[in-house]
Design a binder for this molecule. Structure first.
Ligand code: GLC
Length: 541
């Protein structure tokens, strides 16, 4: 496979969630050797790169997005030698490796935060974070009205009376990005991992690092993981102008290394033009397109989102990315099993309305085939190639997402999409590890999703992904361009190079144009060769 510095422009990047991918030692928690052992599977599937969610030392109050040491590996996941082996093995297989960088906040167990707690108000140690005196006569009111993304107020008070800001969990204090020491530290962290050979960084909460200088009151809830911010002036904690110069300085560092090292923004920013500012030529390379993930299952809605995002990215010379699932949202095989127009859920519990699982999977396969037909780069989340649904009946007492407790049990949170993967139908923990142990329970029905029940089985979801990735590469779809085609209302079709990608959203079957030769279809066509409802077809023209 040819590799250039612009490898990322059309890449398919597979997200590995280390806790839940593969467990080599049987403790019920996935680990780096487990991932390394399964990399050949990803090569075979046909992706170009892996993105690893955080594996750094962490008390794991937010599943590793609370980092205590940016230059290490949590013993639960292995050690630095294991990280080096993983990177080397991936490269050997022709896979790029992207790691997660969490610059908005550290863990409260990071040495900087410990030092800040031990130091006095006004000290340089406290200047690395956002400490403030409280309001009210005795300072017992928080410095402002900001709410945590996970629920509750975004400030915590110390015994000495000062408060610190945490936009996420109380164990995730926000860093002070106006402090040059913080900036220098992260430049060094970038160099640390670049030197170990990583090909890029997924930048967590990329739109949050800089807060408006006055910490202006903002009473609305912070909704980043629940949906996109409504269009309008950005809230004082998100998408501030000052973030861009940080990414310009990071880009300079990355450009000093060979092989096309990239930055990917996790920025819940709207509208698309605003998001595209993160991928201007001297900033990041990509930004997740959450608007696509959030779009309703309808032709007009998807067409509008696709058009808007292609145009906004074209305007700055970037390619567009596409994504349907990740570790923060309800899996798309489940999301799409609810009536069209259902507002985005914040987790699903046994007492909630349950999805139509068959419909969800049918639509998910169609959605994926549409996504992989689009020009640009696509992100896959581990398990979606198995058609894995959300675990929607998980007992509440095993939930670990801090959002569950912090929201006062209003939000079930994200555990349901983080359940360890099934590899072998008849093995303990479905082959996740050598024992029965699994840090979140795997539903009994998961044997039917196991990889070994799908590989070589015609029509399985794994075979669909495998075939789609092969055809996508063969036809150069990632590097192509899109032209909309006229089709009956209720369907949506575009041409990308010599391939027609047609999705039917409505009951009436849709005929393919005369002479079109079917390459792949998310479900069988009807007896007259027409495309049934909730099916996507790729056809050669
Ligand atoms: C990002 C991560 C999410 C995490 C949050 C705080 O949104 O994707 O999992 O909880 O940042 O770091």
């Amino acid at each position: 496979m040819p590799r250039t510095d612009a490898w990322w422009r059309d890449a398919v990047i597979y997200q590995v969630y280390p806790r839940s991918f593969a467990d080599s030692d049987g403790d019920g928690m996935g680990d780096l050797p487990g991932i390394t052992g399964r990399l050949p599977h990803l090569r075979e599937l046909g992706v170009d790169a892996v993105w690893l969610s955080p594996f750094y030392p962490s008390p794991q109050h937010d599943a590793g997005y609370d980092v205590a040491d940016y230059r290490g590996v949590d013993p639960r996941f292995g050690d630095l030698g294991d990280a080096d082996k993983l990177i080397a093995e991936a490269h050997q297989l022709g896979l790029k490796v992207i790691v997660d960088l969490v610059p908005n906040h550290t863990s409260d167990e990071h040495e900087w935060f410990r030092a800040a707690l031990a130091a006095a108000p006004g000290s340089p140690e406290r200047e690395r974070y956002i400490f403030r005196d409280g309001r009210g006569a005795d300072g017992s009111e928080p410095p402002n009205s900001w709410q945590s993304v996970f629920g509750g107020r975004a400030w915590e008070r110390l015994p000495d009376g000062q408060w610190y800001l945490h936009l996420f969990d109380v164990s995730q204090p926000d860093l002070n990005w106006s402090n040059p020491e913080v900036r220098a530290e992260f430049l060094d962290v970038l160099r640390f991992w670049l030197g170990r050979g990583v090909d890029g960084f997924r930048v967590d909460v990329a739109h949050g690092l800089v807060k408006d200088g006055d910490l202006t009151d903002w009473t609305q809830p912070s909704v980043i993981l629940g949906g996109l911010e409504p269009a309008g002036p950005p809230p004082p904690m998100w998408d501030q102008e000052g973030v861009h110069e940080i990414y310009r300085s990071w880009r300079e560092v990355l450009d000093g290394y060979e092989g096309g090292r990239i930055l990917v923004a996790e920025a819940w920013v709207q509208p698309a033009e605003r998001l595209a500012r993160y991928v201007r030529p001297d900033e990041m390379h990509q930004a997740f397109n959450f608007e696509y993930l959030d779009a309703a299952w309808s032709g007009p809605a998807l067409r509008a989102v696709i058009d808007k995002n292609l145009a906004a990215n074209d305007a700055v010379g970037a390619t567009t990315t596409w994504v349907l699932s990740n570790h923060d949202v309800v899996r798309h095989a489940t999301r799409l099993g609810y009536p069209v127009g259902t507002p985005r859920q914040h987790g699903i519990g046994a007492g909630d309305p349950q999805p139509d699982a068959a419909l969800g999977l049918r639509r998910a396969r169609a959605a994926t085939l549409q996504m992989l037909g689009l020009p640009g780069s696509a992100y896959l989340y581990q398990g979606e190639e198995l058609g894995l649904p959300e675990h929607t009946t998980m007992p509440d007492d095993v939930r670990q997402d801090p959002a569950w407790e912090r929201s006062g049990h209003a939000e079930r949170g994200r555990d349901g999409c983080r359940v360890p993967l099934p590899w072998e139908a008849d093995a303990p923990s479905y082959g996740f590890g050598p024992t029965d142990a699994s840090w979140l329970p795997q539903p009994a029905a998961w044997s039917e999703y196991a990889l070994d029940r799908q590989q070589g089985v015609a029509g399985s979801t794994w075979e669909l992904y495998h075939a789609a990735l092969g055809l996508r590469r063969g036809h150069g779809l990632g590097a192509g361009a899109l032209t909309w085609q006229d089709v009956p209302a209720g369907a949506l079709a575009f041409r990308n190079g010599d391939v027609l990608v047609l999705t039917n959203f409505e009951a009436a079957p849709v005929a393919l144009p005369a002479g079109a030769r079917v390459l792949l279809s998310s479900e069988p066509l009807d007896d007259d060769g027409r495309v049934p409802v909730d099916v996507t077809v790729w056809a050669a023209l």
